[in-house]
Every structure is written in C-alpha cells, then in structure tokens.
Design a protein around this ligand. Structure first.
Ligand SMILES: [Mn+2]
Length: 332
C-alpha cells in the first residue's frame, strides 16, 4: 500500500495550490500517458487550472484516450511558467522529461510520482512505490485518499496503465492485486474492450503490411537460437510507414519456439534502428546495446546507428553471435 506520509504531503500541496503542470516522459507509453491524463482530470475536479505537456506527440495508438486533445508540447506559446505544482509521472530521471525540463524546473513545488525502483528522486516530493503495478496505481491511491470521484474517463485511463504495464495481464507484474484492481476499474466504467482493441490489436494498413515484410525476411541462425529480420528504407517509404508502424515486430518474432535472442532492424534515410530482445533472463541484451551506444533492459534494448542496414546487419549479428557462443561455453 501507499506511503501515507508522503501521500498526505501531496494532498496538502494540492489543497493549498491552484495551478498545476502534469508531465509524461519522452516517447510516451500507456502508463505515463494514462497516469498524466488521469491526474490532470482529478486535479481539475479539485478546482486546479491544469496544463498537460509532453516533449513528444501522443502516439497514434493512444489518441482514442480521453483528454489527449489537451496535451501540448513544451514550445506551445500559451504556456506560462507560473505553476504552483509540477507533477512528473512514470519518469525515472529528470532527463526523461525531455524538452519539458525547463517548465518542470520553474514550478514552485515539484512532485515525482513513479514505480521504478531506480528512480533518481529528482523532485521536492518523491513518491515512489516499487510494488505498484503501474504509476497509474499511485494515481488511483491518490484519488481514493483525497476522496475524488473516479469518473468513467479516469477509470479508462487507469485501466490503460494497468493493461500496458502488465503486458495484457501476462508479465511478472500480473498478480492477484493487479487483477482485483482491474476488476474495480471495470466496475467504475473503464472501457476495457476498447483499450485492448485500440492499444494492442488495431493497426493502420501500412503497419500490417510492414509486419508482413518483416515476417517475409525472418531468418534463424545459431541452431535456431537467434532470430532476426529487417524492414529496409525502400519498404518503409513505399508504405509511408513510420517507426510507430514497426513497433510490434520485435516482440512478435520472439514467439518463435526455441528462440533465445532476437534482432530487428529498421532502416531510414540517416540511420538504422536496432531492437534487441531476449527470451532468456541469463542473456542480457542491454549489455550489447550499451557496448554499442544504446540502452535498455535485460530482455529488451535498442540502439540507433548512423549507418545503412547492410553495414549494421553484420555488425550487430556478429556481436550477438559472439555473446551467444560465450554464453554457451559458460553453460547457460
Ligand atoms: Mn510504468
């Protein structure tokens, strides 16, 4: 459960303030976005004037969510930097706020709400709950504690944070508490079928076609332990596809039975984006990514390399094969 002392401080600040800024992280995902929009709505119910700001535009798959039309970029001329409170949602560090950092730093009080244990505690008040399923769960606890009615729209936003951070109730965040919280949100009117369809199923035609191209190019190496594929710049151009259109490919190819590591390459005019995946906790793809100037987690990492696909392909596959063979020698 929530840290009641910190939660009490936040509620006190909300009650004694009038103007708030709510911020999500760069390249927003369902948790940061859902938490930020839900908090914005709750603050408005308490009488606050609220600005919603993100460094990057809202991804197309999330534009069906309530209140996304309120989101502005930091360059928006209507923003006056005179906030009583600035809230950062689901960001591990101030850098994750991107170009919104200036607005954040200008607020009288900054409040950092997150569930990542690695959070850098960069605010006046830091509310970090590592056991929470999503940052959205902290917003739910806040709404309960401050006794604000959770509307159907807020329930839908919070359900989105839950569904995305549990990988549709499938990853290690999925437990009895996550499911019972989901049940509460549905009883509060969360549009659960729409969230699932929009975020996880429905894609533009160009995205489905790019997916097809990637499936067509799939190859196995190293006795089926390594899988890799690509979408080159000609295909991307002919489909008018963007990076968002190829986001599902890396995870999808990892469904292949027997596969330990996966590499997905997407080429554009100036660079090649590498996505690495691992099905094996002992094979840490973030190490490979970091060694080549990228970053990420054990099981999912990425690198952007300013070279054409033909060059990056050999570079990355050789590196992964090296690591796989080392891993085999160690007996993993
Ligand atoms: Mn999260």
């Amino acid at each position: 459960m929530a840290d009641n002392k910190i939660l009490g401080n936040i509620i006190e600040k909300i009650k004694s303030s009038k103007k708030s800024l709510v911020l999500a992280h760069q390249n927003p995902d369902g948790d940061t976005l859902g938490s930020m929009l839900a908090l914005g709505s709750l603050l408005k119910q308490t009488g606050h004037l609220v600005d919603h700001v993100i460094s990057d535009p809202v991804p197309e798959v999330y534009r069906f969510l309530p209140f996304t039309e309120l989101v502005k970029t930091p360059a928006n001329e209507g923003l006056q930097n005179d906030y009583d409170l600035a809230f950062s949602l689901d960001c591990g560090s101030a850098e994750r706020l991107g170009t919104a950092q200036k607005l954040w730093a200008g607020a009288k009080t900054t409040i950092n709400i997150d569930h990542h244990i690695s959070n850098e505690k960069f605010a006046t008040i830091n509310w970090i709950e590592a056991q929470a399923t999503s940052t959205g769960q902290l917003i739910y606890w806040l709404a309960k504690a401050i006794e604000i009615k959770i509307t159907k729209e807020v329930a839908t936003l919070l359900y989105t944070t839950l569904l995305t951070d549990t990988g549709c109730f499938s990853n290690s965040n999925t437990n009895a508490e996550a499911l019972s919280w989901g049940a509460e949100l549905i009883s509060l009117g969360a549009e659960h079928r729409q969230v699932y369809r929009k975020v996880f199923l429905e894609r533009p035609f160009r995205s489905v076609k790019a997916f097809g191209a990637a499936l067509d190019n799939l190859s196995l190496m190293e006795d089926g332990k390594l899988i890799w594929t690509y979408v080159d710049k000609n295909i991307m151009k002919s489909l008018s596809a963007t990076g968002e259109d190829t986001e599902d490919i890396a995870d999808h190819m990892m469904r292949t039975k027997g596969v330990q590591v996966g590499v997905f390459l997407r080429e554009d005019d100036s660079e090649t984006k590498v996505s690495l995946r691992s099905n094996d906790q002992n094979f840490d793809v973030s190490k490979i990514a970091v060694s080549m100037g990228g970053g990420g987690h054990k099981v999912a990492a990425g690198i952007n390399i300013k070279s054409p696909l033909s060059v990056v392909k050999d570079l990355i596959l050789n590196k992964v094969i090296d690591e796989l063979r080392k891993c085999d020698v160690k007996g993993n």
